[in-house]
Design a protein around this ligand. Sequence first.
Ligand code: CS2
Ligand code: MG
Length: 397
Amino acid sequence: MKITDVRTILTCPKQNYLFIKIMTEDPEIYGIGDASMNGREKAVEDLTLEYLRPMLIGMDTDRIEEIWQLIYRGTYWRGGNIMMSALCGIDMALWDIKGKIAGLPLYSLLGGKVRDKVLCYSHVLGKTNEEKIEKAASFVQEKGLKVIRLRAGLPSANGTLNADGIQNTPKVEDWDPEFWADDMINYFIKIRQVVGDKVGIIYDLHERFSPERAIYIMRKLEPYNPFFIEDPIAPDCFESLKTVREHTNVPIAFGELYKSRWECLPGITNRWLDFIRCDLIRIGGITEARKIGAIAETYDVKTAWHGPNDVSPITHAVNWHLNVSAYNFGIQEDGTVDDTVKEVVKGGPVYKDGYLTMEDKPGIGCDVDEEAAKKYPYKRAYIPVCKRPSDNSLCDW
Ligand code: CS2
Ligand code: MG
């Protein structure tokens, strides 16, 4: 089947999302992928329409690997967040088309199910620590979550990550990695006391600490059995990850900022991490996730694909298909999907008692209501930045 058009849908139902829609010779068969990149959506859209669309029209939708390589290698410059996001939107849309033509759900194209449902975790959010402690207890007792996720940061910072108006500059959060490390430890211990020993607690340190501070925190948390510590340090220096690994035995999850298989390699092949948690949109989609997942399986590393609110239900659905069909699945982050988002994007995983399930449909199993999308126009928004209140210096958010 030939590609007849490549279109974009940029919309902001609560968060900005960029979707890529690939049309074929058969008006009934099209594919939709997620190319959302928080804070840079327009750049991805421009690359897609100006450079990728003209070269894709007329190509065969079946040749996903060839198209992936053409965009990745054929660009010559390689990778980068903007290009990999556009590549992901196209890659997902092509897998969606392949599934629709075959009449099979994506997981079936990936080899079929090895499990029936997907263990997941949700974010404990709140404006005060008391509110978060209450939320954690209700997640476990009322929602039935088996694993919950905390994040390092001041409670007052919750809510800075919203596209709640057109922004001209990033919002600023107070943060001081040297000063607040002990508060972060105490918060985790409090939550452990409230939820008991059987509940898994994930702690997202969100690249906020130096290796030395990360080791300090992780060693203090060892007796409290974290499910894993996520992104304790910035991803830029591989030796830092090695140092952290050598000084603590807490399970480590890493990689939501990685942009390629090659960035994942040192952490996986040296076993400096236990869970690889790339964002599918940052790494170029399903085609690359399969390869990273297979390398991880080879080295006894599990997957925990990134799944916050700022990736759309389409990516949540793709994560689900990968998770049910991969032996080395670890756990899935379940971003709460707002009702306004559900009005625009139809389909996606459904939560019940700590697990995610999905109805069988050909392809990825999601669609975008374009009329609804038009009701929520794009709003420029930035990822916030962190500054130390003591001297106004920037640190990792
Ligand atoms: C976070 C993300 O879900 C996570 O693990 O690290 O919420 C991250 O902050 C956002 O994706 C940034 O846009
Ligand atoms: Mg994270």
